[in-house]
Design a protein around this ligand. Structure first.
Ligand code: MRU
Length: 369
């Protein structure tokens, strides 16, 4: 997507030095635009764990490049296989919920194993990393086209009034390599001249909505309003939301959706108010082994400080302030699971399907268990 008129992906290989991966360090947005250089698998693991990069698709692409860096590093030593599987374990342990992470690592290991020499293995690791990133961008672009048709239908009923979309967290281009999942239909609708307005939930505790989604929509010129997370139900009751589009970090092949914590409450409010609730996802976020999302999807728990504090920019500096009493314990659940019966539809790169096993498996028969 474009920032001040210049096209960026969220992660790319340095054209003049293919041993360097560059990425947008999201910790400083929206106030500073910082590009980080990553040269080792350790640095990539830190970037994922500490959320310099985040969002399901981008975590997968970063893991893909992390495995390429691991192959480069292992290539200069005598224990290639051992080093590579150590790097895979290190990357796998960074964040538990987004399935794109383990999917990218498994794909790298499988492809690298096909080659005979170390030099060939490095070439294959690079090719696979680029492929994962390119596929992610292309699948999100296609999600945009399928979601556009949905928004267009709603726009036809609104007689030139703006379609109000509500989204949670950041399933934008910053969460992927390009376009985003939930935002791809929004960008496509906006680019096609449909009048549109987006309600952006701030998404405590890390505020991916107010920091990231609001910033990227603004850069693209999409009208939007940031709201407190708890205002979403109120807006739905008043008829001020035409549809919700959210992303997902892992969706079971039966249609249960794990996404940023707070999504479930929005889905409940959407159901109660007859507002369509869509989940946009590339198939790389479908877990083909998990049947019961509530029981099986691992939910990341992060440190209590994120809940007890708030952070932002003051006088050109990034500062953190304490909100909760020092003595109060805090629990920080990163994600929740929305059961399939609350989901109106899944917007995938192959079109819109229902959130159930039959519909998902007939859209992706080659993956069905
Ligand atoms: O913790 P994050 O920022 O990596 O969480 C991921 C998300 O941004 C959301 O859950 C998003 O809606 C799905 S990721 C495409």
């Amino acid at each position: 997507m474009k920032i001040r008129g210049k096209h960026f992906r969220t992660i790319w290989l340095e054209p003049d030095d293919q041993r360097v991966v560059r990425l947008i360090d999201q910790r400083f947005l929206p106030h500073r635009f910082v590009i980080e250089e990553v040269r080792t698998v350790d640095e990539m693991a830190t970037a994922i764990r500490e959320m310099h990069v985040r969002g399901a698709g981008l975590i997968g692409a970063s893991a893909g490049y992390g495995m390429y860096l691991a192959a480069l590093e292992a290539g200069s030593r005598n224990s290639f296989e051992k080093d590579l599987s150590g790097a895979a374990a290190q990357l796998r342990a960074t964040r538990p919920t987004a399935v794109n992470l383990s999917r990218a690592i498994a794909r790298q290991l499988e492809n690298i194993a096909e080659a005979r020499t170390v030099a060939e293995k490095v070439v294959i690791a690079l090719r696979t990393a680029n492929l994962i990133a390119d596929e992610d961008a292309e699948h999100c672009r296609m999600i945009g086209q399928h979601g556009l048709a949905l928004i267009r239908k709603i726009a036809e009923t609104k007689r030139n009034k703006a379609v109000n979309v509500l989204t949670h967290c950041n399933a934008g281009w910053l969460a992927f390599v390009d376009y985003g999942s939930a935002t791809a239909p929004i960008y496509a609708a906006h680019d096609n001249g449909l009048p549109l307005h987006v309600w952006v939930t701030e998404t405590r505790p890390r505020n991916q909505g107010s920091k990231l989604t609001a910033w990227e929509l603004g850069e693209h010129g999409v009208p939007h309003t940031v709201i407190a997370d708890s205002a979403a139900g109120h807006l739905m009751q008043r008829g001020e939301v035409d549809l919700l589009i959210v992303g997902t970090d892992r969706t079971t092949y039966t249609g249960d959706v794990a996404n940023k914590v707070g999504t479930y409450l929005k889905a409940l409010a959407a159901k109660a108010n007859h507002v369509p609730f869509y989940v946009a996802l590339p198939s790389s976020s479908i877990d083909w082994k998990m049947r019961d999302g509530l029981k099986e999807i691992p939910i990341e728990q992060r440190g209590p400080e994120e809940i007890k504090n708030a952070d932002g920019w003051f006088d050109g500096q990034h500062i953190t302030v304490r909100i909760a009493p020092n003595e109060s314990p805090a629990a920080n659940y990163g994600f929740d699971v929305t059961p399939r019966h609350l989901v109106t539809g899944l917007i995938t790169e192959r079109g819109v399907c229902e959130a159930n096993e039959k519909s998902i498996c007939s859209a992706f028969p080659e993956c069905a268990p």
